[in-house]
Design a protein around this ligand. Structure first.
Ligand code: 3PG
Ligand code: MG
Length: 408
């Protein structure tokens, strides 16, 4: 029995449903066109179910943040959804005032309506409880028009914002299909992963990764941590390895002396569980050339892990039952330096291991390599996934649980 309701717990037929999704999308900076519709595609099962039940679906979503260049209205999102759903999606340039209210009142059974960017509402991002948010104009104006609130915005589940939790105080509420799938899959691997479990970290940032790794090892969620990308460089530096000026320069953009102290402590406590590369691929002029860690420092950029590390990591993965991939192993956008990412990700995808991938760049790498269908679970979450992996409670999930007790 789940602690929150799912849409199986309600009769949706002919109901009016407020559906909160996360359609926050990467946009082209010049044209403001949507670059990737993954998050829309992943919400389709929920929306299709509503349409099939002749429900009226009112979609609430955000794009960007007030003041940022990608803070636009949701007309393009409605069009993109319409194309993917194969059914008209009406867009109304209003969130909760008369135009939005009339648009909802005029809906026919089975129709889909998209309200404007909910972050245009000035109190949307206030950090409040569900009960406090329920007094907002947004909730007060919209909730009387609906029968049910459904939250499918897993990627925003770490936010306490008005449209994400406020309706749960006043309407029967449920997790959508995507939310349900993300939570059940991730709960399984966080609380009870099939062992051994291996977590690979890479990418171009490292300070946030330190505490994530610490929690994963403390909670015994991860048995082994494999490091690539910038996290690997930072951990080697913390061990006293001189990587060379180019790499040190990149690290100095983010690293503080406290970061390196934390890493040292972590390595002392868990040295047998954390694996670092033993070789790298460096960018010597335009060529890829491999260099052992023992040969460092180098004047060139370290852009990928080397062949020995790739093989060692594959061997560790071959004994695993669960593998989590977070971040590419090198600068995979450059064909000369995609080898680490390509070989390890392909190896994971083609094995029988239960594989989970999360984070924008990691998902992009998986797509570029054409491995989507071979990964067991691709999470839509970035920040929310990170919080979840660290064992933190997600406000959206907590609000759904409370709603289950409130509306019995
Ligand atoms: C995301 O894309 O991470 C979510 O939509 C949350 O957006 P935010 O980080 O602007 O709150
Ligand atoms: Mg597979």
């Amino acid at each position: 029995m789940k602690e929150y309701n799912t849409i199986d717990d309600f009769d949706l037929t002919n109901k009016t449903i407020l559906l909160r999704v996360d359609f926050n999308m990467p946009l082209d900076k010049n044209t403001l066109e949507i670059l990737d519709t993954t998050r829309i595609k992943r919400a389709l099962p929920t929306i299709k179910e509503f349409v099939d039940k002749n429900a009226k679906t009112v979609i609430i979503a955000h794009q960007g943040r007030q003041g940022s260049w990608d803070f636009i209205n949701l007309e393009k999102h409605a069009k993109a959804l319409e194309n993917l759903l194969g059914k008209p999606v009406k867009f109304v340039n209003d969130i909760y005032n008369e135009n939005a209210q009339n648009a909802i009142k005029n809906m026919q059974a089975g129709e889909v309506l998209m309200l404007d960017n909910v972050r245009k509402f000035e109190n949307e991002t206030d950090k409040k409880t569900a009960d406090e948010h329920a007094h907002s104009d947004l909730v007060q104006n919209l909730y009387p028009l609906a029968d049910l609130f459904v939250n499918d915005a897993f990627a925003a589940a770490h936010r306490k914002q008005c449209s994400l939790i406020g309706f749960t105080a006043v309407l029967p509420s449920a997790a959508g299909r995507l939310m349900e799938k993300e939570l059940t899959t991730l709960e399984k691997i966080i609380q009870n992963p099939e062992k051994p479990s291996v977590f690979l970290f890479g990418g171009a940032k490292f300070s946030d990764v330190i505490v994530t790794i610490e929690r994963l090892l403390e909670n015994k969620t991860a048995d082994k941590i494999l490091l690539t990308g910038l996290p690997a460089n930072a951990f080697l530096k913390a061990q006293g390895v001189n990587l060379g000026d180019k790499t040190e320069e990149v690290l100095s953009e983010e690293g503080t002396s406290e970061n390196y102290e934390e890493i040292k402590n972590l390595l002392e406590r868990y040295k047998d569980s954390i694996y670092l590369p033993t070789d790298f691929a460096q960018k010597a002029n335009t060529e890829r050339s491999e260099i052992d860690v023992s040969q460092l420092p180098t004047n060139y950029n370290l852009f990928d892990i080397g062949e020995k590390s790739i093989n060692h990591y594959k061997q560790i993965i071959s004994n695993a039952k669960t593998v989590f991939l977070s971040g590419p192993c090198g600068v995979f956008e450059n064909p000369a330096f995609m080898r680490g990412t390509q070989e390890i990700f392909t190896y994971v995808a083609n094995s029988d291991v239960f594989s989970i991938v999360g984070g924008g760049h990691t998902v992009a790498a998986v797509e570029q390599l054409g491995l989507n269908t071979k990964i067991s679970h691709i999470s839509t979450g970035g920040g929310s996934l990170e919080k979840f992996m660290m064992g933190e409670k997600l406000p959206v999930v907590e609000a759904l649980k409370e709603a289950k007790n409130r509306f019995k």
